[in-house]
Design a protein around this ligand. Structure first.
Ligand code: ING
Length: 340
């Protein structure tokens, strides 16, 4: 039991003084705002109309925060080697400002309904840098922050052997941080698509205090480097988000752009995952759909203050390989004199 005069951080070795006490709760109504396919030439205004329709549907459900998918304003253009497509202007897919002329009315509609949101888009900075970006906006319309995708999957050069390309490493530069922000009554972090497959993503965000992690994704059902993974896409999708949620005591909201987009079938299965690792809300279609859940951010403490009490149980001095190494370094082969 901590002494009365103890003003330092709680002693990580203090004896537990009983089960977690019930807390008043920090309720929040959230939703994954799943999108169906977006056509190659679908005008921004037509897409924004779809986003606003989801905002308005969310308002009827008392939703306070909606999560739109990755690259939610355009088709998933990294599926093409654009230079080889005469009628495709790569720059057309990027936003130079956010909000910009086409997206300002989305921000206005959300603010009018006091709904916050995260939105994935292709960002072109004034000095010419290109990122796969997600922006976070509070219920009063304030831009809280922006995240730039750290883990860029796929390849950089045209690989004609593939049914379709995955040229994110050609069209984007990687982000270099996992920021978190105080917003929506808790601490919020963001990640994008492939980021959700890497445990480092969730742990870095949780070390920044994240209780709610917002993830947009565009995931083709076909994975050209290993088609044996194709039938496992839905399983892997929830596997990684449920693990990330549970092991870090976070809610995770995954929002897909699903369905058959320009000939490529993409996974839907948008969902809300609770800190206990359970999927508490799941999409039923592959189109524009609101996947709503009433959550309580205080549920995070049931894991952050017990099993996953970082201050008490983590051993960073032992984990040095995680930041010291990029690739795996297996042990040497045993020598004739004896095993090493
Ligand atoms: N897409 C995919 C993702 O990580 C991918 C890349 C496709 C991985 C298919 C595995 C199978 O979900 C993005 N945009 O990162």
């Amino acid at each position: 039991m901590a002494t009365m005069t103890d003003t330092s951080a709680p002693d990580p070795d203090r004896a537990a003084d009983g089960p977690l006490t019930e807390r008043p709760g920090r309720p929040l109504t959230v939703a994954a705002a799943q999108l169906g396919p977006i056509g190659r030439n679908e005008p921004r205004d037509a897409v924004v109309d779809r986003l606003i329709a989801l905002v308005e549907r969310a308002a009827t459900r008392g939703v306070e925060l909606i999560v739109f998918p990755e690259l939610a304003l355009t088709t998933f253009f990294p599926r093409w080697f654009v230079e080889g497509e005469p009628d495709l202007d790569l720059d057309w897919f990027y936003e130079r400002e956010m909000p910009g002329p086409h997206t300002r009315r989305l921000f206005d509609a959300a603010k009018a309904h006091r709904i916050g949101f995260s939105l994935g888009y292709a960002e072109l900075t004034p000095d010419g840098h290109r990122y796969n970006t997600q922006i976070l906006v509070e219920r009063d319309g304030t831009v809280v922050g922006r995240y730039r995708k750290v883990h860029l999957p796929g390849h950089r050069e045209h690989e004609p052997w593939r049914e379709f390309q995955h040229l994110e490493r050609r069209y984007f530069e990687p982000g270099d941080s996992f920021p978190t922000w105080r917003a929506f009554g808790g601490v919020v972090g963001m990640a994008i698509c492939n980021d959700r497959r890497w445990p480092e993503t969730y742990r870095c965000l949780a070390l920044g205090g994240a209780e709610l992690i917002l993830i947009g994704y565009n995931t083709p059902l076909h994975y050209a480097p290993d088609p044996t993974q194709d039938p496992l896409q839905a399983h892997h999708n929830h596997l990684v988000m449920a693990a990330g949620a549970y092991q870090n005591g976070c809610y995770v909201i995954g929002s897909a752009k699903g369905g058959n987009e320009e000939g490529v079938d993409a996974l839907a299965d948008s969902c809300v995952v609770a800190p206990n690792g359970r999927v508490v809300a799941l999409a039923t279609t592959t189109g524009d759909e609101l996947v709503v859940s009433d959550i309580d951010l205080d549920l995070c403490a049931h894991y952050k203050a017990t099993l996953f009490d970082f201050e008490r149980y983590r051993r960073p001095e032992v984990y040095t390989a995680i930041t010291a190494q990029k690739a795996a370094v297996p042990p040497p082969h045993p020598t004739q004199e004896g095993r090493s």
